[in-house]
Design a protein around this ligand. Structure first.
Ligand code: NI
Length: 212
């Protein structure tokens, strides 16, 4: 009986480990392009938003290339601009290869972020980064697709800020979760992950030319 109880506790511990591990992404141990995506909770999925040029887009518009996507908002004081500046540094480091990745910011602040405010904000960063915004419902749906948590936090003296998760999600060319770039990640480690993502994604321009 005691053995059974011990086995039950061990099972619960392992389950907890798996839940926490998959939720935080560090169980994708075989590199950023873990092959276990079928067993992971789905990260990456349907969304319907508007890009900062005013064009309606869905997740299907970004298939065919791997994607690096970050959730944030234009009034963010530090995490978002830092992350977007780092994205710009990755783009510079990758050179022409950077064009083979979709670089996205999805706003979690539906009240303030419109295609117009996103367009203005995106001028501060690499022009290849595309800002997406949407209605309350569209933003909630997109965040749900990536299991992103965000929260409106009223500020003393008026106004509000948004709490939001700070990871950059990596998706392969078919839209499957392929890992994260974490906020504290070293630049060289992040760039290795991006290179690996590219190495495992066929070059779509070559696919079109029939080289694959
Ligand atoms: Ni932020």
């Amino acid at each position: 009986m005691r053995l059974i109880r011990r086995a039950a506790w061990a099972a619960i511990a392992i389950l907890g480990f798996l839940v926490v591990g998959t939720a935080t992404g560090w169980l994708v141990t075989d590199g950023p392009l873990g092959t276990r995506e079928d067993r992971l909770p789905a990260i990456g999925g349907p969304f319907s938003l508007t890009d900062h040029r005013g064009k309606p887009v869905t997740e299907r518009d970004f298939l065919g290339k791997p994607t690096a996507v970050f959730f944030g908002f234009t009034s963010c004081p530090d995490v978002c601009p830092t992350t977007l500046a780092r994205m710009g540094a990755h783009i510079d480091a990758l050179g022409p290869q950077a064009d083979r990745i979709n670089w996205l910011l999805i706003s979690v602040d539906h009240e303030r972020d419109t295609p117009r405010s996103m367009a203005e904000y995106m001028t501060l960063f690499d022009p290849r980064i595309v800002g997406l915004s949407g209605t309350e419902h569209q933003v909630a749906r997109a965040a749900e697709s990536f299991q992103v948590q965000y929260r409106r936090v009223p500020l003393e003296g008026g106004g509000y800020t948004m709490d939001h998760s700070a990871s950059v999600f990596l998706l392969d060319a078919e839209g499957r979760f392929a890992g994260t770039l974490d906020y504290e990640e070293r630049q060289d480690v992040a760039e290795e992950k991006l290179k690996l993502l590219l190495a495992r994604s066929p070059d779509s321009s070559k696919v079109r030319r029939g080289l694959f």
